[in-house]
Design a protein around this ligand. Structure first.
Ligand SMILES: Nc1ncnc2c1ncn2[C@@H]1O[C@H](COP(=O)(O)OP(=O)(O)OP(=O)(O)O)[C@@H](O)[C@H]1O
Length: 264
């Protein structure tokens, strides 16, 4: 049984289908990229899975987490196991600004900081923090953007759901920090971890580097769905081909710069 099974998902605003019959699934140990241009319905699809759609939007279809139907159930009314871990583009917005990071991480586990301090210290060390004690006592504003995003990843992992939904989690980060967050996502989800990842991005290079399968959206509809290696080698839909061409253009321009050596 898939971790996530979305069938014929519709999200509507005032009679217009913004998401128009999306089917997608994420299996255990699988990383799936949802790729598409701006406005194609990626974030609304992710929001429907997470239960965070604005109330003015109406939904139809089915979103199953394991065997449980959750479509239309807001995150706040869901059982903990039905709240997928969530990593968003803006980590500052995902964290309470006035509560120390350690207390937020403990609360995500439904515990007090005192009882889970050793586990959290270990988790933060695993996520590359050299000074976990300071980080546990810090307010989000006292951390860098990349550190905050790693805390959001820790929060997402602490929730207990085997499914992670990441919506453009690296878009706001510099390339070095971006690579670090992608490495962590690669290590914590996918083959051998028992976890699945739904990864929303407009960046085909990031999708290719991280995910096993890619689902391409255009105007709220799935236009292509297949293994990353096959789909990107031989795209069947013109949109996928044009996204690939754009990525190749960047590579053509960057290639000479990347191989140029700094003179000694
Ligand atoms: N609350 C809302 N009310 C009405 N329309 C909305 C609402 N939220 C999003 N939309 C519209 O729905 C469409 C899909 O939006 P969505 O945010 O899912 O796109 P996206 O593919 O994630 O784009 P981006 O990459 O720019 O984030 C867009 O045309 C957007 O303007």
């Amino acid at each position: 049984m898939p971790l996530l099974d979305v069938r014929a998902l519709h999200v509507r605003a005032r009679g217009t289908d913004l998401v128009d019959g999306v089917d997608l699934r994420v299996d255990r140990d699988e990383r799936v990229a949802v790729l598409g241009p701006s406005g194609s319905g990626k974030s609304l699809t992710a929001a429907a899975v997470l239960g965070i759609l604005p109330p003015a939007l109406t939904v139809a279809g089915s979103v199953r987490l394991g065997e449980r139907e959750v479509l239309g159930v807001p995150a706040a009314r869901r059982a903990r196991r039905d709240r997928p871990g969530s990593v968003r583009q803006d980590p500052a917005a995902a964290l309470h600004p006035l509560v120390p990071v350690g207390r937020q991480l403990a609360a995500a586990r439904g515990r007090t900081l005192r009882t889970v301090r050793p586990v959290l210290t270990e988790t933060l060390r695993d996520l590359g923090f050299r000074d976990p004690a300071r980080v546990l006592g810090a307010l989000p504003a006292e951390l860098s953007g990349g550190q905050r995003q790693r805390i959001c990843l820790a929060l997402a992992l602490a929730g207990g759901s085997p499914l992670l939904v990441a919506d453009e989690p690296t878009t706001a980060l510099d390339v070095v920090t971006q690579a670090g967050v992608l490495d962590l996502l690669r290590a914590r989800t996918g083959p051998g971890t028992g976890r699945g990842l739904l990864f929303v991005t407009h960046d085909i290079a990031v999708a290719a580097a991280l995910c096993d399968r890619v689902v391409v959206l255009q105007d709220g509809r799935v236009v292509e769905d297949g293994p990353v290696a096959v789909t990107l080698r031989a795209p069947r839909h013109p949109l996928t081909a044009s996204l690939l061409d754009a990525a190749r253009d960047v590579e053509t321009h960057l290639g000479p710069l990347l191989t140029r050596r700094v003179p000694a």
